[in-house]
Design a protein around this ligand. Structure first.
Ligand code: ARG
Length: 462
């Protein structure tokens, strides 16, 4: 028989070309367990409204249990002719319960409120999965920082040597941005805990159903939609999820880019573990940072999923339009990509080795202690404008002589400025420069230890 949910007023079945265009079952089948959970909750409110007898409810729930088991073991699946997951599962229920009972469940609901609800349920589950994977990456990065509490490296701006920083401080900067992503996921989850079930096609239901009961049944802590048009037509929850996952991708790509640079022969700051690197089919010597490159590449795809979805939503009139069927693939893809990327990325970060000698050697290079000369002069009462000039003059002399700042003689210092007494040497060490930046958020070992403790407490509280 005809499985469509809408054949009544049509003389002819759909053209095959329409069927192929219209079908979503190949990508919305993953909503099946949520659809069945929704059906159970719906059966209960139909029963409470007197539209299913006690016996009918019992048999309906048993039929849904059987259908769920058959979906789980793969003995029941949707087909192109089913159009979508909702239609396929209705067919499955009719096959199991017969048309008299099976045909009763559709009362008072529409695929429009169903799909809006199931999509939220699916994304809320995956927000938690992604959040869990993100926490594992944060743990790995915290471990990396903790294992190297005292390693200095060149801090950069414009990718040029700027001032020495602790490697741990640099790594924790990435943890900070990932913590905000994790917080975004939690806040999104709380905001999305509203159930559109009961909104019907767009206007609600005349059958005396209880959307609040369905919402509670399905775990929506904030109850049911306050507006049935908004419940069925809004997808900002999906767009926001796409943004958060794109932001995670972008943050991963920034770490990835650094790993790729650090892993070059020229930098030689890190070595990737063999298990998390790849080789070349032609160049036997190659060991490539493919995980980092895939992270960088996939961030583009995650951004595309966000912009594609926003373009779909732009200027859509209320309420439901079939355009909205295009909402799911991009966001499902964002889940899939992060769920496959994050474990590999975490493995790469957890196993890389740090070349501390190389980092330490380069930390003071490029006159990165020039700021320390200027700030030392300020402490001697020299105005910063003058101090900046004097420190700049030191760099100029060093550059012309091909030496580093700490190689200037006492005489050369004195020649540059009367304020440059030999005591200036006390700040011309990487350790001194690091230790002096001990205010909150600074790169001094003492300040980084405070930061590390805060980050760990924050992660433990999640
Ligand atoms: N499969 C559709 C979607 O994902 C839901 C069905 C709504 N169809 C309809 N003709 N109202 O958006």
């Amino acid at each position: 028989g005809d499985v469509r949910l809408w054949g009544g007023r049509f003389a002819d079945g759909p053209a095959e070309a329409l069927e192929r265009l219209s079908a979503s079952v190949h990508f919305d089948w993953r909503l099946a367990p949520y659809d069945i959970a929704g059906s159970r909750a719906h059966a209960r409110v139909l029963h409470r409204a007197g539209l299913l007898s006690d016996d009918e409810l019992t048999r309906m729930l048993a039929g849904l249990d059987r259908l769920e088991a058959d979906v789980a073991d793969g003995s029941f699946t949707g087909t192109v002719a089913d159009e979508d997951v909702h239609t396929a599962l209705e067919r499955g229920l009719l096959e199991r319960l017969g048309p008299d009972l099976g045909g009763k469940l559709r009362a008072g609901r529409s695929r429009n409120d169903q799909v809006a609800t199931l999509f939220r349920m699916y994304l809320r589950d995956h927000a938690r999965i992604v959040g869990g994977l993100l926490a594992e990456l944060q743990d790995a990065l915290v471990g990396l920082a903790e294992a190297h509490p005292d390693v200095a490296m060149p801090g950069r701006t414009h990718l040029q040597h700027a001032q020495p920083v602790l490697f741990a401080h640099h790594v924790l900067a990435h943890v900070q941005s990932l913590s905000r992503d994790a917080e975004r996921l939690r806040q999104w989850d709380a905001r999305t805990a509203v159930s559109p079930y009961g909104s019907g096609a767009l206007a609600g239901s005349s059958l005396g159903l209880d959307p609040e009961a369905v919402a509670a049944d399905l775990g929506f802590e904030r109850g049911s939609a306050a507006n049935s048009i908004d419940g069925t037509a809004s997808r900002d929850f999906a767009a926001e999820f796409a943004f958060i996952t794109a932001m995670i991708g972008v943050n991963l790509s920034r770490i990835a880019e650094e790993v790729i640079i650090w892993n070059t022969k020229e930098f030689s700051f890190v070595t990737l573990h063999d298990a998390f690197s790849t080789g070349s089919s032609i160049m036997p010597q190659k060991k490539n940072p493919d995980i980092a490159e895939l992270a960088r590449g996939k961030s583009g795809r995650l951004i595309g999923n966000l912009t594609g979805l926003l373009a779909t939503l732009k200027a859509l009139p209320l309420a439901y339009n079939r355009d909205l069927q295009e909402d799911k693939e991009p966001v499902f893809d964002s889940c899939d990509q992060l769920e496959v990327l994050l474990p590999a990325f975490t493995g790469m970060m957890a196993t890389l080795t740090v070349n501390r000698e190389r980092m330490e050697e380069l930390a003071p290079a490029g006159f990165s202690l020039a700021t320390d000369i200027a700030e030392w002069l300020v402490k001697q009462g020299v105005p910063f404008r003058v101090a900046h000039d004097v420190a700049g003059a030191c760099v100029k002399v060093c550059e012309s002589l091909g030496i580093e700042l700490d190689e200037l003689t006492d005489e050369q210092f004195a020649e540059i400025s009367e304020h440059l007494t030999p005591e200036v040497r006390t700040v011309l060490t990487v350790r001194g420069a690091l230790a002096s930046r001990d205010s909150r958020g600074g790169t001094a070992p003492s300040a980084v230890a405070v930061q590390l403790a805060e980050v760990k407490a924050d992660l433990a509280a999640q």
